[in-house]
Design a protein around this ligand. Structure first.
Ligand SMILES: NC(=O)c1ccc[n+]([C@@H]2O[C@H](COP(=O)([O-])OP(=O)(O)OC[C@H]3O[C@@H](n4cnc5c(N)ncnc54)[C@H](OP(=O)(O)O)[C@@H]3O)[C@@H](O)[C@H]2O)c1
Length: 298
């Protein structure tokens, strides 16, 4: 097995790097080695390294900024994937790619299954959906893993933002009418490694899978849980969990609209891998513990 990983400085990419480690059979490419605005860099790396598996963790992930930088979001999240998928086909590699709950409009009352009809609300979701379409149309072997609310001790995410705010503010207001499940980059990377190992033993068919923690929470629930966990672990914060107020999305306007329901149903993936996704609090707790270990919550 020869694995080429793109996007190794991001949340998921960093965890992939930690798990897959320094091996001759694994190549890690950050933006420096493969800038997705220069697709010939992607082509060259794949043709030189000739991987059996390509994992793409790179993406344009600035949801609000994408409304302004529309062209760039489509280049990185869609056009680069068209090139990557056609190279994967040429060298007969399996392409593992991450997509998002934001391909859905969030109007369903149920958790989203893989076959549900996408209808993205904003540019980011539209660009990620087109990336999916290009991969599926390319003829390459692929796994598209749609995930949600990614958290880790590296990079930017809700847990780091809320704890930073809780450090200096006695009161916080957090939206409670968007629901989903925080999913740790560590879980996503571990499941990805299980999938490529399984594919190596017995080739998998090309599919979309939903990969999300179990359970559900609003951003408000996640904030209260994170603040409680940090305080119980001895972190000094200005904000007491009782001083976090739930607010509607209408009181916290953002440039890009977000789905009210981001819940993804991971049953299909759980059946394939014979596993139960961990409850969302596990990933939040693990992230906070790692932030503490790294001295990032002082
Ligand atoms: N974050 C979430 O909440 C979330 C939710 C659902 C799905 N997802 C999906 O999950 C995947 C991983 O997300 P993540 O949170 O790990 O992302 P992330 O932390 O934002 O990392 C994205 C990586 O992509 C790289 N990148 C951006 N523009 C690039 C370009 N032009 N050329 C090459 N590399 C470029 C960035 O490089 P630099 O480090 O150099 O900036 C960064 O390392 C993505 O496909 C994302 O769409 C994420």
């Amino acid at each position: 097995m020869r694995v080429l990983v793109f996007g190794t400085k991001g949340q998921v990419g960093s965890e992939l790097k930690r798990i897959l480690g320094p091996e001759d059979s694994v190549r890690f490419a950050s933006r420096l080695e493969a800038d997705f605005t220069k697709p010939q860099m992607i082509e060259q790396l794949i043709e030189e390294f000739r991987p059996s598996h390509i994992i793409n963790a790179a993406a344009y992930t600035f949801v609000d900024q994408a409304e302004i930088d529309e062209a760039l979001a489509f280049v990185v999240n869609a056009e680069a994937l068209q090139v990557m998928a056609s190279c994967a086909l040429k060298v007969d590699a399996m392409l593992v790619h991450y997509s998002t709950d934001y391909v859905f409009d969030g109007s369903s009352q149920m958790s989203y299954e893989e076959g549900d009809t996408p209808n993205p609300l904003g540019v980011y979701g539209k660009s990620k959906l087109l990336g999916e379409v290009y991969i599926r149309e390319s003829g390459c072997r692929y796994l598209i893993l749609r995930t949600s609310w990614v958290i880790s001790a590296t990079g930017n995410n809700f847990i780091k933002t809320i704890l930073k705010l809780a450090k200096v503010n006695e009161q916080l207001s957090v939206v409670n009418d968007q629901i989903g499940a925080p999913t740790s980059a560590d879980l996503i990377a571990r499941v990805t490694c299980d999938l490529i190992q399984k594919d190596e033993q017995d080739p998998l068919s090309s599919e979309i899978y939903h990969l999300s923690s179990s359970g559900e929470a609003s951003w408000f629930d996640v904030a209260v849980h994170a603040i409680n966990r940090a305080i119980n672990a001895g972190v000094s914060l200005a904000c007491d969990p009782n001083n976090v107020s739930p607010i509607p999305t209408s009181d916290y306007p953002t440039r890009a609209a977000r789905p009210a329901n981001s819940r993804l149903n991971s049953d299909k993936l759980e059946t394939l891998l014979a596993l139960n996704m961990p409850y969302w609090t596990d990933g939040v707790d693990g992230t906070i513990d790692e932030l503490i270990r790294k001295g990032l919550l002082k």
